[in-house]
Design a protein around this ligand. Structure first.
Ligand code: FES
Length: 227
């Protein structure tokens, strides 16, 4: 992998095409290598990586993740300020942030448990329970809603065989509603893990799911590396 992947990876453009794979976006191979040589320490924390295969019992933190945690801690003047990226790192490893994980992060940072729980539960970006390998968040806010977001959401639920917020039996998909994803010009916007899919219609849904499944099987497009 090259440093070029640090450019805005989630942007899919307005064409409805999505030619980046999860690996392109998530860059799982970077674990422990962040920040890359010569880059600012903040890059250890500024990318919302999420591993496809998470381990809810993964230790906080060991090996390369310990390095990243220490880089994060060194980046901020106080432990409180380092809390959000530390929680990001925990979620990257475990897939969600349980109350026990919040307590562990609190202990690592020397913060109060109640404080950490208050912060972690404020943000919807932290999964409070396990999610599928792909977390599909359909924006149903006003712009997308006017353009058929409810139908897109229903199509994802139907084709994954799930109920809202639940995970498919194969562990691959969790479908959820999202508030405005700040891509109102390209409704319906759907965020899947770290990728944005824009201009999504009901007809696109089967193809998107097939694409995701193929990525799990080692398929996917051979996307050009962004400049
Ligand atoms: S309303 Fe859907 S991205 Fe803003």
């Amino acid at each position: 992998m090259s440093g070029a992947r640090f450019h805005n990876p989630g942007w899919a453009g307005n064409t409805g095409e999505f030619d980046l794979t999860e690996d392109d976006v998530r860059g799982a191979g970077y674990a422990g290598e962040l920040p890359p040589e010569g880059r600012h320490p903040s890059t250890a924390a500024s990318h919302p990586f999420q591993l496809v295969e998470r381990d809810p019992a993964a230790p906080l933190f060991e090996g390369p993740y310990q390095e990243r945690f220490e880089k994060i801690r060194s980046r901020y003047p106080t432990a409180m300020a380092a809390l959000l990226p530390a929680l990001n790192l925990a979620q990257e490893l475990r897939g969600y942030v349980s109350p026990e994980t919040m307590d562990e992060v609190a202990e690592l940072l020397g913060l109060g448990s109640a404080y950490v729980r208050g912060v972690a539960t404020f943000y919807t970006m932290y999964n409070k329970r396990p999610v599928g390998r792909f977390l599909i968040q359909v924006c149903t806010n006003i712009s997308c809603n006017l353009c058929g977001a409810d139908e897109v959401l229903a199509a994802f639920l139907e084709h994954t065989g799930t109920e809202l917020g639940d995970t498919s039996a194969d562990g691959n998909f969790t479908v959820a509603e999202a508030e405005c994803l700040a891509a109102c010009g390209f409704p319906t916007c759907v965020q899947i893990n770290e990728r944005y899919f824009e201009d999504v219609s009901v007809a696109d849904v089967p193809g998107i799911l097939a694409r995701l499944k193929s990525e799990l099987n080692g398929g996917g497009d051979t996307a050009p590396t962004p400049e």
